[in-house]
Write a protein that binds this ligand. Structure first.
Ligand code: UT7
Length: 336
């Protein structure tokens, strides 16, 4: 029997119904469709509306889609990991709530916080748990309700983000499919350029923190842009070199969807043409931990067993990484 690897055996997703387009945003802040399309590349983003609905709602809807598509009994899931920076509450964890809402009574769950790199960090963690031989079925969710921490009076940040969730099922494989490598990084020195100041233990919520709008995302866009371009491309190159992959060997780059210009720069640096790059930023914006699984979900029907995927991410923290995954099934084939 070959070495155990963790293969993705299904993808589910959920996007809330309400669509916020550039025209509506232009009535809220001083911006335009032309500026947003040229500088970021986003046309629309989905926003979760409804009293008391948080990230666990997005995540459990994505899990429901995944379980139905793969005809999986929720009782057969061992572990749920939810990557998010917008948990329903500090505690209990959002993964716990998702497991409860989805009927995964035998699973234990925990959240993982690595901002836009959260899904890749969680996928890598879950893969190691599968490779250990201890766990057989793990669901990794990437979910964020970014609209809950975005200042819709700040034109620097409000056009960028959207809400959404994606989920994948990971199972053991002994034929060489699944997560084959990953390189992950973090650097707390970058925290001053992309963060939400208040609401945590350092600056608990007070009337003053609310008045100073400190419960919203603050981003120094230019600094983050420069760091994202160089780090995403560097780490993607490392993973390619280590695995002796050329641009020809890669079926798709699966990049974090933060800015069309960052995606293009990363693809250029590693020599990949645009048609080998998963792109859906124009529809959903930056959904933080959900961008990678939403890419897999959108492109699933085009994927074939044996395709080589290269993940590349960058986000707040700073956090960044790249991962090499060999796809395990023909897209659209749910009879596995
Ligand atoms: O997912 C986590 C990682 N995040 C990222 O990777 C985001 C990285 N950063 C970016 O994507 C870009 O830096 C932004 C999209 C955030 C901003 O684009 P930029 O090309 O770096 O613009 P800028 O911040 O340098 O602003 C250029 C100009 C400024 O005006 P002045 O000072 O030149 O007169 C801004 O005030 O554009 C102005 N501006 C806007 N104009 C119209 C900023 N936001 C807007 C807006 N509409 N929404």
């Amino acid at each position: 029997m070959g070495k155990i690897t963790a293969a993705i055996t299904g993808v589910g997703a959920y996007l809330p119904e309400y669509v916020l387009d550039n025209e509506e945003l232009s009535r809220m802040v001083d911006t335009s469709d032309e500026w947003i399309m040229t500088r970021i590349g986003i046309k629309t983003r989905h926003i979760l509306k409804g009293e008391g609905l948080g990230t666990s709602y997005l995540g459990s809807e994505a899990v429901k889609d995944l379980l139905e598509k793969t005809d999986t009994d929720p009782m057969d899931i061992d572990v749920v990991i939810c990557a998010t920076v917008t948990p329903d509450m500090f505690f209990p964890s959002t993964a716990n709530l998702i497991a409860y809402k989805s009927g995964m009574k035998n699973a234990f769950g925990f959240d993982l916080s690595a901002a836009c790199s959260g899904f890749l960090f969680a996928l890598t963690t879950a893969s190691k748990m599968i490779e250990s031989g201890t766990y057989k079925r793990i669901i990794v969710v990437g979910a964020d309700k970014m609209s809950s921490i975005i200042d819709y009076e700040d034109r620097n940040t409000c056009p960028i983000f959207g809400d959404g969730a994606g989920a994948v099922l990971l199972e053991p494989n002994t034929e060489g499919f699944g997560m084959l490598d990953a390189e992950l990084h973090s650097d707390g020195g970058g925290s001053i350029h992309l963060y939400m100041k208040a609401g945590g233990s350092a600056y608990p919520a007070t009337a003053e923190t609310v008045a100073k709008r400190e419960h919203y995302v603050h981003q120094d866009g230019k600094q983050v842009f420069k760091a994202a371009v160089s780090n995403m491309a560097d780490v993607a190159e490392h993973v390619m070199l280590r695995n002796k992959l050329t641009a020809d060997d890669i079926t798709y780059l699966v990049p974090h969807q933060a800015n069309m210009r960052i995606i293009e720069a990363t693809a250029n640096r590693i020599g990949l043409p645009a048609d080998k790059c998963m792109i859906n930023i124009q529809k959903y914006g930056n959904t933080t931990a959900a961008t990678l699984p939403l890419c897999l979900w959108d492109y699933e029907t085009r994927l074939k067993k044996g395709d080589n995927l290269l993940f590349a991410t960058f986000g707040g923290g700073y956090t960044w990484g790249a991962g090499y995954l060999k796809w395990a099934y023909d897209g659209g084939d749910f009879s596995r």
